[in-house]
Design a protein. Structure first.
Length: 674
């Protein structure tokens, strides 16, 4: 294809992809399937790889991430990013209105109007656009200065890489000058659950807000892209595009391509504000994301500056926070669950109670230290709370109402499933069942993990089927699954011939999953899906992985000494060796598949670093081009670095390279080498 044709197609693809992006994320009205969307994006990336000079920073291809940021530079906000004063009391909201009204009257204004919005439970960020192009994104930090995390923010589909002009139109339109947009990055509940599912138990995030904060700080933007976050805009500043009221500014933000809070409503006074707060106190549970209150802002923006701010928060806005959702119920009993790694988790059996939009009858008590801390006994009245609004937990005991007959919760001395004496390793809070090989609960847990969505995704292997398979001795580990016959399956309870065949088909299909998924599916302690991907990348086969020493393992990105030790321990177990043999025999992917074919080998053997600003390439894309030509990208200059590509205003890295005598080339030379 010639360049002019490619340029045309690239431009068409970009418009099309961004349109579908918006239909999906902003309007929730997708017109094409995920598969079709991926095809469009793949085509764009392929064309951009062929013609790297056509890559632009606002291309949707830039959303997939890939660059590694070692340290986030600090940026000073143009205007401090203030926080809001919070209250849990409607009375204080009313006081706020009275205060505002008095100040507005003193300024000679009439009766003020307010905008009520939902308070999204996420992380505040600021975005800077220059001539319509996203140039910088940062965290709030301490309000005065934050971290520059542009590469991570680019991956969020609902953050426009280029603004629409308020008049409409894509890409061709330019909003001139500088525009700052502030808002909240958050994680939808479904995206949050999906993320947690693929993490090792001990690394799960407590709520979507923590997950968002943790993700924004990641150094690997490709991982950020995979985690899927969302953005809602609530603040706009910049000449040429400032409307006189907050409500109109929200409209402007929308026409620039942002998502704004769908619930925003004009309120004429305290009555309407109270109505809004009341209306959303229950309705908010139906939203796909978490909200923890309502934000009230004076609609007339001209008055904002005149009312001013205290050291921390503006006088023209306030946040009303909903009280944590609590309910009182009775602890009827405690059962002990045995996890796939042998961990014993006490689970509270509660008298079923309505809480935050659902009925709760069970909740985790985490571990025995927690039981001691709470001082809870069976029969007690307890308060339960939805913290982070996801998983209910017991927060306190209502001692005043303790009945005469209560029973202490004892640590069981034996595993409730296999009867083995429990152990508590030094320094750990949990008790474990040490019967790793024989305990049916652990076998069952390991097999369910093997079949789970982010592992080999074998949907027809549900909990009851796996329990039956383990109980009747047909299956002890994942390797045995592939020896099951139609007759064996059809002979089980509630299993028709057709379902049995479905299970066999699903198992057959699972052999086509990737090697990285298989590594995750093995269930090595501390190895989540992301670590498994790193491992798969660094080590081409299970056989090789078994030979790797702790030191060699610890050199893999993401893997520290604890994980390295855990991997070594895992492969040293005889039952693991037996399982691996069965899996290999069955034809599971025990090694990396066809690696991406190299474009050419012009960078083979080179350890390359880019420094300074490139004029015709986006850094990440340039790095990818080096990798596709056999080179490695390094993050700091050392004696092992073989090539430095120096762009504009290259600084200390260039100096160091010259000192060490490393070869330095400019962008022109780089292009010739490609
Ligand atoms: S306005 C100067 N609007 O709540 C006022 N903030 O407790 C700027 N937040 O730092 C904030 N939803 O992270 C505003 N609709 C909304 C919000 C919102 C969530 C967060 C934001 C802010 C914090 C203050």
């Amino acid at each position: 294809m010639d360049k002019a044709k490619a340029k045309q197609e690239i431009s068409k693809l970009r418009t099309e992809i961004e349109r579908h992006n918006r239909l999906y994320y902003l309007e929730a009205k997708p017109e094409i399937s995920d598969f079709e969307f991926d095809k469009l994006l793949e085509r764009l990336i392929a064309l951009e790889q062929e013609f790297p000079e056509l890559v632009t920073p606002d291309s949707p291809s830039q959303r997939v991430g890939g660059g590694i940021t070692k340290e986030f530079p600090t940026v000073v906000h143009r205007e401090p990013m203030l926080s809001l004063s919070n209250t849990y009391s409607i009375g204080e909201v009313s006081d706020f209105c009275a205060r505002v009204e008095k100040l507005v009257a003193a300024e000679g204004g009439g009766t003020p109007e307010y905008v009520a919005e939902l308070k999204y439970d996420g992380v505040a960020i600021s975005l800077l656009y220059r001539d319509g192009l996203l140039v910088r994104g940062s965290t709030r930090g301490d309000g005065r200065q934050g971290d520059e995390i542009t590469a991570n923010l680019r991956t969020i589909p609902s953050i426009p890489l280029r603004l629409d002009s308020p008049g409409g139109g894509l890409f061709d339109a330019v909003v001139s000058g500088e525009v700052e947009v502030r808002g909240e990055v958050y994680m939808r509940k479904d995206d949050f659950e999906r993320l947690n599912e693929e993490r090792p138990e001990e690394e799960r995030f407590a709520n979507p807000r923590n997950a968002t904060a943790g993700t924004l700080k990641l150094q690997d933007s490709a991982e950020v892209a995979r985690r899927r976050m969302s953005f809602v805009a609530y603040y706009l500043k910049g000449h040429d595009c400032e409307a006189p009221t907050h409500l109109k500014r929200l409209e402007q933000l929308k026409s620039m391509g942002f998502m704004t809070g769908a619930a925003a409503r004009l309120c004429k006074g305290m009555d309407e504000i109270a109505e809004f707060i009341g209306e959303w106190s229950e309705k908010r549970w139906t939203l796909p994301y978490e909200t923890d209150g309502v934000v009230l802002k004076l609609n007339e923006v001209g008055l904002w500056d005149r009312l001013g701010a205290t050291a921390k928060s503006p006088r023209w806005a306030i946040a009303y926070k909903y009280p944590a959702q609590q309910a009182k119920t009775v602890l009827q009993g405690v059962v002990f669950q045995v996890g796939r790694l042998g961990t014993i988790t006490p689970v509270a059996e509660l008298k079923p109670t309505k809480l935050a939009g659902s009925t709760v009858s069970r909740s985790t008590l985490h571990n025995f230290d927690e039981i001691e801390r709470l001082g809870v006994r069976v029969g007690d009245h307890v308060m339960i709370e939805k913290s982070g609004e996801v998983i209910p937990k017991v927060v306190s005991v209502v001692l005043d109402e303790r009945p005469a007959e209560t029973a202490a919760i004892e640590v069981p001395s034996e595993c409730p499933v296999c009867g083995t004496k429990l152990e508590r390793p030094e320094g750990e809070v949990s008790w474990y069942c040490p019967n790793e090989e024989g305990c049916p609960a652990q076998k069952r847990g390991r097999i369910l993990h093997f079949a789970s969505r982010n592992a080999l995704d074998i949907q027809s292997l549900g909990e009851s089927l796996v329990s039956q398979l383990v109980e009747c001795g047909l299956v002890s580990d994942a390797g045995d699954l592939y020896r099951l016959t139609l007759e064996q399956l059809a002979g089980l309870d509630r299993m028709a011939a057709k379902s049995a065949q479905n299970v066999l088909d699903a198992l057959e299909k699972s052999k086509k999953q990737s090697y990285a998924r298989l590594l995750f599916a093995l269930g090595i302690r501390h190895v989540g899906a992301a670590t498994a991907r790193e491992l798969a990348h660094a080590c081409p086969s299970v056989d090789r992985l078994r030979e790797m020493g702790e030191e060699e393992l610890a050199a893999v990105p993401d893997i520290g000494p604890v994980i390295a030790e855990s991997i070594r321990d895992f492969f040293a177990k005889p039952w693991v060796a037996a399982m691996l043999e069965k899996l290999a025999k069955a034809g599971l992917p025990m090694q990396a598949g066809e690696e991406k074919a190299l474009v050419n080998t012009n960078f083979e053997g080179e350890s390359v670093i880019f420094t300074g600003g490139l004029e015709r390439h986006v850094r990440q894309q340039a790095e990818e081009m080096v990798r596709e030509r056999g080179g490695r990208i390094v993050s700091s200059v050392s004696k092992k670095t073989t090539l430095v590509v120096a762009g504009k205003e290259a600084g200390s890295k260039l100096e160091k390279a010259i000192k060490l005598g490393v070869k330095v080339i400019d962008e022109d030379e780089f292009e010739r080498m490609l």
